[in-house]
Design a protein around this ligand. Sequence first.
Ligand code: ADP
Length: 215
Amino acid sequence: MRIVLVGPPGAGKGTQAAFLAKNLSIPHISTGDLFRANISQGTALGVEAKGYMDRGELVPDEVTIGMAKDRMEQSDAEGGFLLDGFPRNVSQAEALDVMLKAAGMKLDAVLDLEVEEDEVVKRIAGRRICRNDSSHVFHVSYAAPKTEGVCDKCGGELYQRGDDTEDTVRNRLDVYHTQTEPIIDYYKAQGLVVTISALGEVNEITQRAMDALQK
Ligand code: ADP
């Protein structure tokens, strides 16, 4: 299966993507994670991406599309993939279509995670992420780790993402509305969109997503 996950920052895309990818036996491809890996390794791409990310802006398409394409062309993605954070604007969606068409492939579904803005701001402000694995996500009040600053799952160090501050979050939400939301209409025109609510327990949402994708 080839699936695109969309939804505002804080909708739980990363958390759901990790479970769904496991259930469906396809790799989880997150452009945000790819950028963060480049930043921590100090690559030229990471240096370029960091400023945009810290401001909550999109990293330019020239950089992003090439990076996503390289990842999708790796052998583990031959049988399918779950894209998280890509495409993030209409020109990226068009580039993805061109790329897939050239390979004789197409998308099977676009899963849209719906959650209101107040909830998103609350989730992001308290979010803490494990340095070892970005799918190990905690929240200072909703899902606190047993020991502050330590991941329950692997003992890794928990940190707050540099772009999870209030000002940057507002900007990321603006960018989501103006640049990313239009891809939902773009994919609706192709009949690919399934929308589910991203409110509730993590495993409930995973089940909702699996049910929606089965159809
Ligand atoms: P979230 O969905 O919570 O905002 P991500 O980890 O997906 O978090 O993205 C973090 C940041 O990485 C974005 O705000 C943006 O700067 C950059 N980024 C990730 N994916 C893309 C993309 N497809 N195009 C441009 N920038 C991107």
